[in-house]
Design a protein around this ligand. Structure first.
Ligand SMILES: [Zn+2]
Ligand SMILES: [Zn+2]
Length: 232
């Protein structure tokens, strides 16, 4: 099963970016848990799935706003303790604070460092990137294996360079871009040539975390190999 998106919008949109996939072992893996995803997460039938993992890229509200609530929902309604995966020790400590403030008892969930998954076939490694100065050193993407395809998921980022070593083997690159606002995000028109160059070496590029889907569609129209993610 490929990556399924619950939302594709940027921070001030109505459908914040998050995605999930199902592993060969029928575990459910969610990437980020914004509040806007919670309504959709409740509609999923988890009885056919095993463990629930939530990979966190960074702690901006549009990525963790629904995490505490989803942990509670899973524990009390689904009767499952979710496994929350932090990309680093710093982010793990911040997540513990966040979950504690939201009234979660540590026995209701499992909070682990990404190293905990190092022998899991679908997990590659976190990729440290630059995004917001306030969260410098705490913003990550992930290298994953989804449906036998190398997936490079950028998380929020202002640079492409950290992902370049992983962008090979016909990988799929899911990348945060903005049309109107650059700064802490990649600005689409600034990186378009770099993204086109990636498609020429067999990388499939998927744009996510968009501030203006219509404008982005116009910019990439006629360019094969670059698509905007679709939401179910
Ligand atoms: Zn964001
Ligand atoms: Zn962010």
């Amino acid at each position: 099963m490929r990556l399924q998106f619950l939302g594709r919008g940027s921070g001030f949109s109505n459908d914040h970016t998050s995605a999930y996939f199902i592993t060969r072992d029928k575990d459910f893996v969610l990437i980020d848990c914004p509040a806007s995803a919670f309504e959709k997460l409740k509609k999923i039938d988890y009885s056919k799935y095993g463990k629930i993992f939530v990979l966190i890229t960074h702690t901006h509200g549009d990525h963790v706003g629904g995490l505490g609530l989803f942990a509670q929902y899973a524990y009390f309604v689904l009767k499952k303790a979710i496994t929350i995966v932090a990309p680093s020790d710093d982010v793990k400590a911040d997540l513990l604070t966040l979950l504690t403030i939201e009234g979660n008892d540590p026995s209701w969930y499992k909070l682990v460092h990404a190293d905990h998954l190092k022998y899991t076939y679908w997990f590659g490694h976190p990729i440290l990137t630059h995004h917001s100065p306030q969260l410098e050193g705490k913003c990550f993407g992930y290298h994953l294996l989804v449906d036998d395809v190398d997936v490079i998921y950028s998380g929020d980022t202002s640079v492409i360079k950290p992902y370049m070593p992983c962008l090979c083997n016909c990988a799929s690159f899911y990348v945060d871009v903005s049309v109107h606002y650059g700064m802490i995000h990649l600005k689409l028109e600034d990186v378009l040539d770099d993204l086109i160059a990636l498609t020429k070496v067999g990388i499939s590029v998927y744009l996510m975390h968009l501030d203006d889907v219509e404008a982005a569609e116009k910019i990439i129209s006629g360019i094969s190999g670059i698509k905007i993610v679709t939401v179910k």
